[in-house]
Write a protein that binds this ligand. Structure first.
Ligand code: SME
Length: 164
């Protein structure tokens, strides 16, 4: 018997949040912990095709790629705040869900396979210090459940920001 995806997702997300906490607790240090989190998200959720963390640069002007996992490296390792979907989310502090990247003029193309994207800012107090960026190979891959879950993950990631 099959279950609707909408009913399965919250339970999967709840489990994953506990695993994220465990990975962070067990990792050797903040950088290793952040790497383990992106790998866990990628492995647990088939629609999370490419998962990366960008951290805001020390001068506050750019997003700098930190840990990531996925089929290919991105050429966008440094993105000015305000540029692309990533830069928009960092500038506004709002989660961005883009159901069709080809229909969004802000989109900075990374992978031919990407059809949709979600970007969730990471906060320290009320300041954006980074973000999780996830690309999906299906149109409309991400919904409000992903957003809520990833917003909880970002709270766990904030203490892992590299100190420069
Ligand atoms: N697509 C993003 C750039 C980062 S790559 O997806 C990894 C954007 O529009 O900002």
């Amino acid at each position: 018997m099959s279950h609707p995806v909408a009913e399965e997702r919250p339970a999967a997300h709840g489990d994953a949040l506990n695993l994220v906490r465990a990975e962070i607790a067990e990792a050797a240090g903040p950088e290793a912990a952040a790497q383990r989190v992106v790998e866990l998200l990628h492995d647990r959720f088939p629609h999370y095709d490419w998962v990366g963390i960008y951290w805001v640069s020390s001068d506050g002007d750019d997003l700098v790629l930190g840990p990531w996992t996925g089929p290919e490296a991105t050429e966008h390792t440094r993105i000015p705040i305000g540029t692309g979907i990533c830069g928009a989310a960092a500038a506004s502090g709002q989660t961005e869900i883009v159901p069709d990247v080809d229909a969004d003029p802000r989109y900075l193309a990374c992978f031919a396979s990407t059809k949709s994207e979600i970007v969730v800012p990471i906060f320290e107090a009320s300041e954006v210090i980074g973000e999780i960026d996830i690309d999906g190979s299906d149109l409309d891959a991400f919904d409000a459940t992903d957003a809520r879950f990833l917003e909880e993950v970002t709270a766990l990631l904030a203490p892992l920001r590299p100190r420069t």
